[in-house]
Ligand binder design. Structure first.
Ligand SMILES: C[S@@+](CC[C@H](N)C(=O)[O-])C[C@H]1O[C@@H](n2cnc3c(N)ncnc32)[C@H](O)[C@@H]1O
Length: 372
């Protein structure tokens, strides 16, 4: 089969500059300005590659809207709040959240909505969902969002940020790379030299990982920006994603296309590439600069604490038997475990200004050290 344009470009870069680190491959596949996965398509929904929580049910966005209202009250009901969403998809979550927030007119009037999105196709969908409002603006990065008290959401945003991977060998940890085999195909390899002094950066329990183990990490830059913002400007952020509560070894780099796992090295730019989010490392980075961390907790636990079961019953009371069944299925999907259940695989963490002691859904959660 002939190579796609992005595949040919990646092979050309490898031939001229040498093996390509996993993070660079992931970055090119997702955000190459012409051929990147997140540059030219809407990947969401039944006809797309995957479904996210806001697309499963309106209850998700509504509860996050009420969560934002509780933060607004807790920080003294400021007259201007920047409601920021990173990677807002089709705008469904923000639209549902704003509908729930309308019940509090003083809050609704104080909101400026800021959507951080690089995908022009999804920006169009966000405009269709939210463009009738006069307080919405779009940005390419969080750096462009003006200062001011901030309430920020990031659902399934961190998992698409590029990861580094390192592989344990006899001489130490080597960066994992993509290279070209004798048949001309992209394959995984490792850099010739170990990463200097890498072990010192690892949690103690990962240092003893066996030969062949993989450790992956993301740069702290995005969480640092979020944490700095809420610490200095006031407010809180909610990060929701699939991932683990404790930093650990393991290869979670994966491709998803048409609701199934795919080979991440085949069809670059045609499949979503993701890796689990390390919530312990997010917490450590946010705390290191003086922000307050709340949780993490599983999505199921978080949504139940916010009252999703009561909301589901209220919706079901007004619905036909068929719609009622759909609501029950959505509730199970958002809060339950097992196959297809997002309740245990997804985790939620709050990051806030230092003085905020309590956060709805996340207060009094013991910081779990258990891997999940
Ligand atoms: C997995 S989707 C999640 C969408 C939405 N949050 C939801 O839950 O339905 C990832 C979102 O992040 C956006 N995105 C990906 N990389 C980005 C980047 N580097 N900067 C801003 N947005 C990005 C995508 O276009 C998309 O809107």
């Amino acid at each position: 089969m002939t190579d796609t344009l992005l595949q040919a470009h990646i092979k050309h870069l490898i031939k001229t500059a040498g093996p390509m680190p996993v993070w660079r491959y992931m970055e090119l596949c997702l955000t190459h300005p012409e051929h990147g996965y997140y540059v030219a398509r809407d990947p969401l929904g039944r006809d797309g590659d995957f479904i996210t929580s806001p697309e499963v049910s309106q209850m998700f966005g509504e509860l996050l809207g009420l969560w934002a209202a509780s933060i607004w009250k807790a920080i003294g009901s400021p007259q201007l709040v920047r409601l920021v969403e990173l990677g807002p998809g089709r705008g469904t979550m923000m639209s549902d959240a704003l509908r729930a927030l309308r019940v509090l007119p003083p809050l609704f009037q104080s909101i400026q909505v800021h959507l951080v999105e690089i995908n022009p196709v999804l920006r169009e969908k966000q405009r269709a969902a939210l463009g009738h409002l006069d307080n919405v603006s779009w940005h390419d990065s969080i750096d462009e969002v003006p200062g001011g008290t901030t309430i920020l959401f990031a659902n399934e945003y961190f998992d698409v940020l590029p990861i580094h991977q390192a592989v344990r060998k006899e001489q130490g940890w080597h960066e994992r790379v993509i290279e070209i085999d004798d048949a001309g195909e992209l394959v995984f390899g490792v850099a010739a030299e170990p990463i200097p002094r890498f072990e010192a950066l690892l949690p103690s329990w990962v240092r003893a990982a066996p030969i062949g183990a993989v450790f992956e990490w993301r740069p702290d830059s995005e969480i640092m920006k979020i944490a700095t913002r809420v610490r200095e400007e006031g407010g809180a952020a909610l990060i929701i994603d699939y991932g683990h509560l404790r930093s650990d070894a393991g290869d979670t780099f994966q491709a998803i296309a048409q609701h199934a796992y795919a080979d991440p090295l085949k069809h670059p730019g045609q499949a979503d590439l993701t890796a689990h989010v390390d919530f312990q490392s997010l917490a450590r980075a946010a705390e290191s600069i003086g922000a307050r961390v709340h949780g993490p907790v599983t999505q199921g636990e978080f949504l139940k604490r916010l009252g999703i079961e009561t909301r589901a019953l209220a919706l079901m009371a007004k619905a036909s038997p068929e719609v009622s069944e759909d609501i029950a299925t959505a509730l199970q999907r958002l809060t339950g475990g097992g196959r297809g259940g997002m309740g245990s695989m997804f985790k939620v963490i709050g990051v806030s200004e230092a003085d905020l002691n309590e956060i709805a859904g996340l207060t009094d959660v013991a910081r779990s050290e258990a891997s999940a």
